[in-house]
Design a protein around this ligand. Sequence first.
Ligand SMILES: C[S@@+](CC[C@H](N)C(=O)[O-])C[C@H]1O[C@@H](n2cnc3c(N)ncnc32)[C@H](O)[C@@H]1O
Length: 281
Amino acid sequence: MNIKKLNIANQKPKVYEKGDSVMWTDKHVSKQLLGFHLNPEIDAASRTPDSINNTIEFILKCCNKSQMNILDLGCGPGIYSEKLTAKGHNVIGVDFSENSISYAKAQAIKKSLKIDYVCKDYLELDYESQFDLVILIYTDFGVLLPSERKILLENVFKSLKPNGTFIFDVLNDRNIKQKFIEQKTWSFENNGFWKPKPYLELTNGFNYSKEKVFLKQHTIIDETERIMNYRFWTHYFSTNDIVEILTANKFVNTKHFENILPATDIWNGENVTFYKTERNE
Ligand SMILES: C[S@@+](CC[C@H](N)C(=O)[O-])C[C@H]1O[C@@H](n2cnc3c(N)ncnc32)[C@H](O)[C@@H]1O
């Protein structure tokens, strides 16, 4: 075992240094993730049914329009896309997980729902002035690095019709820093979340207070001694931070909404703030 390499992989990286592996599109991991999305007991990948229903109700109340053209970014297996379609809206769902998109497509056929699902990276969108509403749900806005966030906002702005609405949720900065704990853990699995064969997992949490971002890093070593590094950067924001970011990207009429979700864990309740903002022209 190359201990030197392992030691480097296990260190606190420079802020925003990317890992070498992507969880959502990995064949084995994306199968585990689909199971999480669809499990109503687990608040991972997708939220639990109470939170999802509150979110749908909030979105529809916020927009109060019939037959909207909606773009669901990072739609996963289509839980929100289906509910919005059932309410009479025209939905396009975009996700880069082939596994989630194939499942979503099969479900739409099974349930006779007309939903257009596209397997694509949402940083490479090419829609123009087409949507009344774009949504990005489950704190995915905060997962993007600042350079990616800028690309996403440009893409969303371009895809919206003039005065169209963008709704997303983020972790707010009120209490979250104390809840993100810097700690090191390890586990050994024979067939687990990351691989269908034996592996060692080293998990680290790192806080970067200046940038208001927390890193959860998973270092996976399998029997071939290959080392894989998965890094999840999660930002937390004040309302001023978000207004500043949106204003710099030409969005207007930004409003924030608190306590939309039941208080179940750190990804719900008072920790999550929803934002509604509009394309200005
Ligand atoms: C936390 S899940 C949320 C899924 C869904 N919005 C929900 O709440 O049920 C994030 C989703 O975004 C997708 N995703 C992440 N980055 C993406 C990207 N750059 N382009 C497209 N999809 C992406 C993942 O594959 C995953 O399905």
